[in-house]
Unconditional design. Structure first.
Length: 132
């Protein structure tokens, strides 16, 4: 439950579902399960790190469940998506690039952000690396 919005995950069917809080009825179904990142009254941003050199970034329209932005990031060796924010037809994707593997602390990442145009799915800009 996020505010007045109710979402459920069906692990077996691999679906993300929006339910009506008053009735429990399905309002929409999206055929994938992704990690939740951010939410506003118009969209919910999701992602999945596949750990096979690919990551998925998806932004759904809260009212319909239809994708507003849906991009697979390929050739993503030693990179992970850390978060997604969607505003004004732009998906801002925070990405961690692994620079060290520390056996005590685990993977160490430097972070950068890429802004994508939702319609063309092409990058608009990228920040330099910054430390966590």
């Amino acid at each position: 439950l996020i505010g007045t919005y109710w979402f459920a995950l069906d692990q077996e069917a691999k679906q993300t579902i929006r339910l009506d809080p008053a009735t429990g009825e399905k309002m929409w179904t999206y055929n994938d399960i992704l990690s939740f990142s951010t939410f506003n009254d118009h969209s919910m941003a999701l992602y999945r790190n596949n750990f096979n050199d690919k990551c998925q970034v998806t932004v759904l329209d809260v009212a319909t469940g239809k994708p507003l932005f849906d991009k697979q990031l390929d050739n993503f060796t030693k990179h992970v998506v850390r978060g997604v924010l969607f505003r004004a037809d732009t998906a801002f994707v925070e990405i961690g690039a692994q620079y060290e593997m520390n056996f005590e602390l685990g993977s160490q990442y430097k972070t950068y952000i890429v802004a994508f145009d939702a319609k063309t799915q092409k990058p608009l800009w990228r920040t330099p690396f910054f430390s966590n």
